[in-house]
Design a protein around this ligand. Structure first.
Ligand SMILES: N[C@@H](CCC(=O)N[C@@H](CS)C(=O)NCC(=O)O)C(=O)O
Ligand SMILES: [Fe+2]
Length: 360
């Protein structure tokens, strides 16, 4: 079975694609974004997948790739086009190369035109293809910077993408209207730049008159991506790797820092435990954690001042749901070091940690 997720970076309108082989747990990410590495790592962990490689569809001009940071964190191999001129990759790809992940494969097609390094990745069963900034949904990548070449793009689309089966689903690297997927048949017919009877001269004429503003990140992104996303200095590198140091925390795909019961017991002396249940639950059969401060969730926004801003806060409730929302409220109140107790009092008790009050 294939695990497939389409992820979005709102800053650059970039789609990152996660493809995983359920049987082996091996996964790849196509076009990861530097600022989304924490999110993507959380998702891989929650889905029980191991990142074996990151694949670039091209050297991006609008965002920095997460490839280098993911290799540091997950040990994934960095792969991109041999025509990229990028340094620091583990594998340089070209036409007809095959990238395996577990029992599945992606087939490489060179589709230059937006840049020289543009690749399209076709899934082994030809059911989906990842076209980067070559063919987009009712659009195409621009051809007015990097090594942009409208005639090359026209040939790439006709020879490498329109030759795929009609039903093959196409996933681009960007969409600026929120559209998510298209198919070969649709684009052949309805793409306003290259569909129907549009010839190479028509396409070139269209592309020379797009009149788009240059991406805001161009001058930062291209040099960084030619280093596969490695930050220029050690210092910014260390910053981007920094994780909260006050306890072993795990970031969830839901966007919450989580602490396990074991981690909380180890660090109990250094944190404030905030119980956000109702008073009758606090004194009820589940009991509570020794030293916990009780502020019911509904009162937290008004009473957050009762907590010390100096000490990390761990929020607790029955099952870990309301306390996750408590971390959001505390964040809005300006607290920086906050975590949610995973599984709440139920898991705390199930794992045999000490409880005050409550019934055995
Ligand atoms: N406004 C965007 C620029 C977006 C842009 O130029 N995107 C490129 C892909 S890197 C493109 O090919 N766009 C095609 C289009 O918008 O039609 C930004 O600042 O990042
Ligand atoms: Fe691009």
């Amino acid at each position: 079975m294939l695990v497939f997720r389409q992820l979005f970076d709102p800053q650059s309108s970039t789609y990152t694609y996660l493809l995983g082989d359920r049987a082996s747990g091996a996964a790849v990410l196509i076009d990861p974004v530097f600022e989304q590495v924490r999110r993507d790592t959380a998702l891989l962990g929650e889905l029980g997948l191991r990142l074996v490689a990151t694949l670039e569809t091209h050297v991006h001009a609008d965002h920095v790739t997460g490839a280098w940071l993911l290799r540091r964190r997950a040990g994934s191999k960095i792969m991109l086009s041999a025509a990229s001129g990028a340094e620091g990759a583990d594998r340089y790809l070209q036409q007809d190369d095959v990238v395996g992940f577990g029992g599945r494969r992606l087939l490489v097609r060179a589709t230059p035109g937006h840049t020289n390094s543009c690749l399209t990745y076709v899934l082994d069963d030809h059911g989906m293809a990842f076209t980067g900034d070559c063919l987009m949904i009712r659009g195409s990548g621009r051809t007015d910077f990097q090594e942009g070449d409208p005639a090359a793009m026209y040939r790439s689309i006709h020879e490498q993408i329109f030759t795929l089966a009609d039903e093959c689903l196409l996933y681009p690297a960007h969409d600026y209207r929120g559209l998510t997927v298209t198919s070969v048949a649709e684009e052949r017919r309805f793409n306003p730049r290259i569909g129907g009877q549009i010839g190479i001269g028509d396409f070139t004429g269209y592309m020379k008159n797009l009149r788009l503003a240059h991406p805001k990140m161009l001058d930062v992104a291209v040099p960084a991506n030619l280093r596969c996303g490695q930050p220029e200095s050690e210092e910014t590198g260390a910053d981007s790797l920094a994780e909260p140091g006050w306890a072993p925390l795990r970031y969830s795909f839901a966007g919450v820092w989580e602490i396990d019961p074991h981690g909380l017991e180890e660090h109990a002396g250094e944190v404030q435990v905030l119980d956000v249940r109702e008073p009758e639950e606090f004194t009820g059969p589940l009991g509570h954690i020794g030293g916990a401060l009780l502020i019911p969730l509904g009162e937290l926004a008004e009473r957050a001042g009762e907590l010390s801003p100096e000490k990390p806060v761990v929020a607790v409730c029955r099952a870990g749901g309301r306390s996750a929302q408590a971390t959001v409220i505390l964040q809005q109140a300006g607290f920086k070091e906050i975590a949610n107790l995973t599984g709440g009092m139920l898991r705390w008790r199930a794992e045999g940690h000490p409880v005050e009050g409550g019934s055995a």
